[in-house]
Design a protein around this ligand. Structure first.
Ligand SMILES: [Fe+2]
Ligand SMILES: [Fe+2]
Length: 283
């Protein structure tokens, strides 16, 4: 199976791909293709898909990691070009999300109403692990969060009281994809607000112990030294999966992990292609 980073904050020097703060991956297997997240804008998403030779109308399914605009912003442009395909996400996708910076509150969630999505897509909303294509799963909700989450203090939702009606975003909708590859699992992260270590623990509990690669945004940009040390310790216990890090990983976390694991760590800018062997299924 092929995993291609379609949108990321970064692009390589002289790359024809466009970058912006956001994330999208395309997963192509023998059974079909899944677009995981849509970046921040249709302009960048459609430009980069075109460079990859991918017709939006040929995509078989969409999956959304969580509601934030940098993962859902390409949806309006995409809707015009797809028809009736399923969209997999957590039911909390439609909860309004906000950001507060220097006292100013800004909407940062999904910009489309549920009805607009339902006109063009078949919504498959579930908090349970769900198989999108053979060997391509959503994690479902990451319920057990014993390790630090991937939080940003400015992310808020409307609350019932206190904090002038605002509460920290619980990020219940944050889901990751799991790909069943030969030799183990590939974990494809959106923003990892549920926490990288919580996500990995959930994946091992639900899908099996062997994780061979982790790609995407790991939200370690606010992680302190103790947290990064713990990440290194857990990844060592897992036998050090390959790490293709991008988006909200953070430069300090990237350098720390690269110093710890050397060539097991690589950047994953827009246009990066990763290949994994599909796990053979017994028929
Ligand atoms: Fe996010
Ligand atoms: Fe993000």
């Amino acid at each position: 199976m092929k995993v291609t980073c379609v949108v990321d904050d970064a692009v390589c020097d002289h790359s024809p791909f466009w970058g912006e703060h956001g994330l999208a991956f395309l997963i192509e297997t023998e059974s079909g293709s899944v677009l995981f997240d849509t970046g921040q804008s249709g302009t960048v998403l459609l430009h980069n898909l075109k460079l990859l030779g991918i017709e939006p109308a040929a995509i078989n399914a969409l999956a959304i990691s969580h509601a934030h605009y940098d993962h859902t912003g390409g949806l309006p442009a995409l809707l015009a070009q797809v028809d009736g395909i399923p969209l997999y996400a957590h039911p909390d996708l439609f909860r309004e999300r906000f950001s507060r910076r220097e006292g100013a509150i800004k909407f940062v969630g999904l910009s489309l109403e549920r009805e607009a999505l339902e006109q063009r897509l078949t919504l498959q909303l579930s908090a349970e692990p769900t198989e999108i294509l053979p060997g391509v799963w959503t994690t479902g909700e990451i319920t057990d969060r014993a390790e630090p989450e991937g939080r940003s203090a400015h992310h808020l939702v409307r609350g019932s009281g206190g904090m002038e009606g605002w509460e920290p975003d619980p990020y219940r909708d944050d889901m990751t994809l799991v790909l069943e590859a030969e030799g183990g699992l590939v974990v494809l992260c959106g923003c990892c607000h549920a926490g990288l270590l919580n996500t990995l623990a959930h994946v091992r509990r639900v899908f099996g112990p062997e994780i061979i690669a982790v790609a995407g945004g790991t939200h370690l940009l606010h992680a302190d030294e103790a947290h990064l040390r713990r990440v290194i310790e857990v990844l060592r216990e897992l036998g050090v999966p390959r790490l293709y890090l991008n988006h909200c990983t953070g430069q300090r976390a990237y350098v720390t992990l690269a110093q710890a694991f050397g060539e097991k760590v690589a950047p994953c800018p827009a246009g990066t292609r990763l290949n994994f062997s599909e796990r053979r299924r017994q028929s």
